[in-house]
Design a protein around this ligand. Structure first.
Ligand code: HEC
Length: 112
């Protein structure tokens, strides 16, 4: 009995801490969306005629690999964005690498 209570508490702790990481990730993703290039991704993407990133990610039409390619290489009117993303204050503060920053941004886009 004692032992099973102990492992239950362990499971609860693990669940809690991974939830905390997930919400920090999403917050940093939001900061990237709002601040990259100084004016954020939304200055272009919240306009109806441009790709709607939230819908694209949530619906699964834009997968993580395609997302990364466009961010790193640009596409038509879409500027290369990796450098701008890595320059966002909270990304630097969290010590995120490129993969982590892209994960956070992708997670945020899928969360709304
Ligand atoms: C200067 C305006 C502008 C800014 C700023 C901008 N984008 Fe874009 N983005 C575009 C345009 C225009 C397209 C469509 C390009 C095309 O299909 O030719 C696009 C396309 C994309 C695509 C590809 C969508 C698809 O279905 O292929 C992704 C992903 C994307 N942008 C992400 C971002 C992210 C993330 C940011 C912020 C870090 C950002 N964009 C900032 C204008 C912008």
């Amino acid at each position: 009995m004692k032992k099973s209570l102990g492992s239950l508490a362990g499971v609860a702790l693990i669940a809690l801490s991974s939830q905390a990481f997930a919400s920090e990730d999403i917050e940093i993703g939001q900061k990237i969306y709002e601040r990259a290039f100084g004016r954020g991704c939304g200055t272009c993407h919240d306009i109806a005629s441009n790709p709607q990133l939230f819908d694209l990610v949530k619906s699964g039409k834009l997968d993580r690999a395609k997302f990364e390619t466009v961010i790193k290489e640009g596409k038509g009117g879409m500027p290369k964005a990796m450098e701008a993303i890595m320059a966002v204050g909270p990304v630097k503060k969290a010590g995120y690498g490129e993969d982590q920053a892209l994960d956070a941004l992708y997670k945020y886009l899928g969360s709304k």
